[in-house]
Design a protein around this ligand. Sequence first.
Ligand code: ADP
Ligand code: MG
Length: 679
Amino acid sequence: MFARDLDYSITRIKGIGKVTAADFAALGVEKACDLITFFPRAYDDRTVMRTLADIGPEGGSINTVVAITDHSHYMSKGQRVLKMSARDLKSGRMLYLHCFGRSFMENAYPVGTSWYINASVTKLGSSYSASSFTLAESEEKAGIGMILPIYPLSGTLTQKTVRKAVQSLLSVRFIHFDDEIPASLVRKHGLMPMDEAVRQLHFPSSNSDLDRARLTVAYTELLHMEIRLLRTRKAAASQEGPAAVSQLEKRLISSLGFNLTADQQKCLDEIRRDLDHGHMNRLLQGDVGSGKTLVAWISALHEIAKGGQVAFMAPTELLARQHAEGAAGLLSALGVNVAFLTGDVKGKERGYLLKALKDGSIDLAVGTHALFSKDVAFRKLTLVIIDEQHRFGVEQREALSQKGRNVHVLMMSATPIPRTLAMTVFGSMDISTIYTMPAGRKPVVTHIVDEKNRERMYASIAVEFSRGHQAYFVYPRIDDEGESDLKDVTSMYTFLKEKYPDVPSALIHSRLPEEEKIRILDDFRAKKLMYLVSTSVVEVGIDIPDATCMVIEHAERFGLAALHQLRGRVGRSSLQSYCFLVYYGQPTGDAVERLKVMRESTDGFRIAEKDLQIRGPGEFIGSRQSGFLRLKVASLVDDVELMAMAKEDAEAILRDDRGLLREENAMLRILLTSPAEGS
Ligand code: ADP
Ligand code: MG
């Protein structure tokens, strides 16, 4: 049987009554199969002796032999409490056992007797004491030599009740768990039979057995996940050789004045192969400034050279315009016709554009989602590129690929996602990743600044101004209404005007009219303005090479992803850039952690992994998408290697037996094929 076959209520298990069942239900354990996979969150390892000498100032648990040397009493909250003195026979140190409400112990553990003890000890000065302990005459009773499971608890549940319930279920005679992966893989990776692994995970007989049991169950989960993911994909990626590079692409590349990075090349190879031999549904991810947009333009040329049209969609008008200008600058000289289309393009001009799109005289249309309004038609749209995809909903993406038949889709994301999560969240897409930055970039130097000590920061920014470099001052958006932050950002602006009286600047926030924002950014780019004070509108995509300073006020309130995005606005050229993370008050644990991560790393992928560690996968990607992530034992953070192995194995299985029809894969078919898609 499989664990999932134990499809009956836990109330049928010996010793589980109504109250216990309700407490279990609060933990998501309602059926016997839930209890089986309700794995310990930790273990109390009593296989090694730990004496008082091993306990540091933070306390900890001991596992040793003591002799009772004295009994005394004291009063606490009107109660007479027994205090037993005990000598740790292994370290010679003294331990005081406080027996609240357990005066009977006076008779049970007379002075002069010796006991095995397991206790959780606190250390105050040089004195050790414990109020939670077990004394036993045999090692076995004290659990010495055992590894005891520690389960999550709720309500009246105790470790003892949960252990008993699991024990009682596992001892039912007909229960035997079959392997959930093919026998060849159990052998290949030296795994345990599933039945043994489940039992060992609950009640390990040794640390090495526990490790192997964990590996077995984690690998099984990951293999299942990978197979599910791979099966949701459409056609398998093409196995054809490298695609031809058109003259147009070659001309652009040779005109750049720099070489593509190895990662850019590799991504382009993958994209071209899709475009020529397959159907592309690909995510291109890379940190801000890693050169994704350039890869996108070259991919566009690949289609244009074949006579196709390309649509490039950006999330805001501002970014769309920046991209349209960038594209025109790079591609017009090659004879490519670039057009810019947003909701604001109206009347005659719009009519002209729509006609040109329809008759195919425009090769590349850059715009907002307006590109996909009803009245827009293309002659031969073959590729859609979506910048900053996380801002678009699924429906918009769908609407867009319906503008052409079998349109290739390339999405770009500057929010690096750890490898493990990317495979999961974007399971139905192929992924190309740019890990390394173009050569010559200097990592942004990041300072953490207590807001009370901001003067030095202003002085160093003044030096940057004197060199003709520019700065951003960002205030967080505190709530969506934005009244209060507008006030904050406005007073910051006034303050800075006094601080830098001769430096031209502007205030930019989300409620300014679009033309106003565009004008300000144009002036900033032209260096008519030297700094911008803003709410987080500069977060996405703005590209000003001479901006070298980023000041983030209330940095303690921003998440890691946002901090990283904001910092990505500087360090976009060979100039040395600086980021100042200004905090207020006493930041809490997670906030301190985030600021440290920012100071220590500029690598978006590392930061994303840290973020994942701090927040956990559900939070990280939003709970709606995390269904796939309900792993009980495997960890998307710590099991990267195992995951890669599982992925490889999953691919091999599906390559030979896509329908999972072979006898050796029968369990996979049963477990992973939902009735609807069943064969
Ligand atoms: P992204 O879209 O990933 O944020 P961009 O494509 O906008 O990055 O590139 C950022 C800057 O780096 C641009 O000015 C671009 O011309 C430049 N760039 C791109 N690739 C390279 C490279 N291989 N070497 C040097 N500079 C590059
Ligand atoms: Mg970009």
